[in-house]
Ligand binder design. Structure first.
Ligand SMILES: *Cc1c(COP(=O)(O)O)cnc(C)c1O
Length: 391
C-alpha cells in the first residue's frame, strides 16, 4: 500500500475515545488503586443493570470470559461443546481449553446466525448417537441476537446448557429485551476489544442470573482464591489468611480499564443508534449495486457491530478481485469470518466442508465494510464508489 492510501485508509471498525473517557482514566491514575479498587465492581454493576442481569463479572478479555463460562458449567474431558463456525476462533477454543470436544452447527447464510432447523436435526441425530453437547455457544454475529427463545426450548428438550457469545452485541435487543439478560441462557459473554461496540482497551464481561455461577466465576478469575472467612474450608485465626480452593487464573480487569468502560457505557445507546443510522445509509446508497445485506431478524435490534454485504455470485476469483480492489483503494474490508473448521489447527478434527453449506456460501460472499462512530458520510460514499468500481 502506498503512503497516500495509508493516510486515507478507512478500517472496518475503530474505537471512539472521548474527553470524558480520558478524564475517567486520569481520575483512577490519580487515585489510590489502579487495579482491584472500586471501579471494576462499579463497572460490573453498571453493565449488569444496563442489560438487566443479576450479576456482572469483568475479566481481561472475552476469550477469558468464554473459558471461565465453560469451566463454571463444568465443561471438561469427555464433554462436547457446539458453536457456530462463522465466529472468531475464541468461541471454539474455550471448549478445547477445558479438554472438551468441539463441533459446529451450520448457519443460516441470510442472517449469519445458527440455523435453528439444522440445529434441531443435528440434536436429533446426536441423541441417537449418544453425542449430545453439554453446552451450546450461539454467536450473535454482527450484533444480532440468535433466536434464543427457540434455542432455549431445544435446550430443555435435549438438556444442554447455553453460553451466549455476545461479543458483538452489547446494546442489542431480542424480543424487546436487552441482550445479556440471560433470560434464555446460563451465561452471556461480552467483549470490550477496541473494534467492538464499547471498549476497555482489552476486556470482557460475563453476565448471569445464577448466584452459584457468579461466585465460581469470580473465584476462577482470581486464582480460585477465597478471602471471605465464612467460606474457608480450613479453620483459621489470623487475618493474613486466604484459601485457594479451585485452580483459577489471573483473568482480572484493571481499574483503569473499568474506568474507561464506565465512561464508554454512558454512550452505549448513542453508539448503537449511530451504528444503525450508518447501516441504513449504506442500504440507501448501495441499493442499486449488485449485492445484498446480511438480514437482521425481525424480533432483533442489532447493535450493528459489523456492516456485512454479500456478493451475488459465489466465485473465488470475483471475491478476491472485489476484496483486493477495495483494499488497494484504502477501504479496510474484512471477512468475518473464515469458518473456524478451516483453520490449520482444526485440521486434525477432520471437519467436512460439505456439512456446512451455509457457512461455505457465507464465507465466499460476505464482506464487512467500514462502520464505526466517527465514520463520515463522505467516507461511506467513498466505500460505495469503490464497491461500484469493483463489483
Ligand atoms: C472478539 C471476539 C471474541 C474474543 O474477544 P476478546 O475480548 O478479543 O478476547 C470472542 N468471540 C467473538 C464472536 C468475537 O468477535
Amino acid at each position: 500500500m502506498n503512503k497516500l492510501s495509508l493516510n486515507n485508509f478507512i478500517p472496518y471498525g475503530r474505537h471512539f475515545i472521548s474527553d470524558d473517557d480520558i478524564n475517567s482514566i486520569l481520575n483512577v491514575l490519580n487515585g489510590k488503586l489502579i487495579t482491584q479498587g472500586e471501579f471494576v465492581p462499579k463497572f460490573e454493576n453498571k453493565v449488569a443493570k444496563k442489560v438487566n442481569a443479576k450479576h456482572g463479572i469483568a475479566v481481561n478479555s472475552a476469550t477469558s470470559a468464554l473459558h471461565l463460562a465453560c469451566l463454571a458449567l463444568d465443561v471438561g474431558v469427555g464433554d462436547i461443546v457446539w458453536t457456530s463456525p462463522i465466529s472468531f476462533v475464541a468461541s471454539a477454543n474455550c471448549a478445547l481449553y477445558c479438554g472438551a470436544k468441539v463441533d459446529f452447527v451450520d448457519i443460516d447464510n441470510a442472517t449469519g446466525l445458527i440455523d435453528i432447523k439444522k440445529l434441531e436435526i443435528k440434536l436429533a441425530n446426536a441423541e441417537k448417537n449418544n453425542s449430545l453437547p453439554k453446552v451450546l455457544i450461539p454467536v450473535h454475529l454482527a450484533g444480532s441476537s440468535c433466536d434464543m427463545n427457540k434455542i432455549n426450548s431445544l435446550s430443555k428438550k435435549y438438556s444442554f446448557l447455553i453460553i451466549e457469545d455476545a461479543s458483538h452485541a452489547i446494546g442489542g435487543k431480542y424480543e424487546n429485551q436487552s441482550v445479556g439478560n440471560c433470560k434464555y441462557s446460563s451465561i452471556t459473554v461480552f467483549s470490550f476489544h477496541p473494534v467492538k461496540i464499547i471498549t476497555t482497551g482489552e476486556g470482557g464481561l460475563l453476565t448471569t442470573n445464577k448466584n452459584d455461577l457468579a461466585e465460581k466465576i469470580r473465584m476462577l478469575r482470581s486464582h480460585g482464591i477465597v478471602r471471605d472467612k465464612n467460606k474457608f474450608q480450613y479453620s483459621t485465626e489470623g487475618s493474613w489468611k486466604y484459601e485457594q480452593q479451585l485452580l483459577g487464573f489471573n483473568y482480572r480487569m484493571t481499574d483503569l480499564q473499568a474506568a474507561l468502560g464506565l465512561s464508554q457505557l454512558n454512550r452505549l445507546d448513542e453508539i448503537v443508534i449511530e451504528r444503525n443510522r450508518q447501516l441504513k445509509f449504506y442500504y440507501e446508497i448501495l441499493k442499486d449495486l449488485p449485492l445484498t445485506h446480511l438480514i437482521i431478524p425481525e424480533n432483533v435490534v442489532s447493535s450493528v457491530h459489523l456492516a456485512v454485504i454479500k456478493l451475488k455470485k459465489v466465485s473465488p476469483q470475483y471475491y478476491l478481485d472485489v476484496f483486493e480492489g477495495m483494499r488497494s483503494e484504502g477501504i479496510g474490508v474484512q471477512l468475518h469470518y473464515i469458518p473456524i473448521y478451516k483453520q490449520p489447527y482444526f485440521s486434525k478434527f477432520n471437519f467436512q466442508e460439505k456439512n456446512f453449506p451455509g457457512s461455505e456460501e457465507y464465507s465466499s460472499t460476505a464482506i464487512s465494510i467500514p462502520i464505526f462512530p466517527g465514520l463520515k458520510e463522505k467516507e461511506q460514499l467513498r466505500v460505495r464508489d469503490s464497491l461500484k468500481k469493483f463489483l
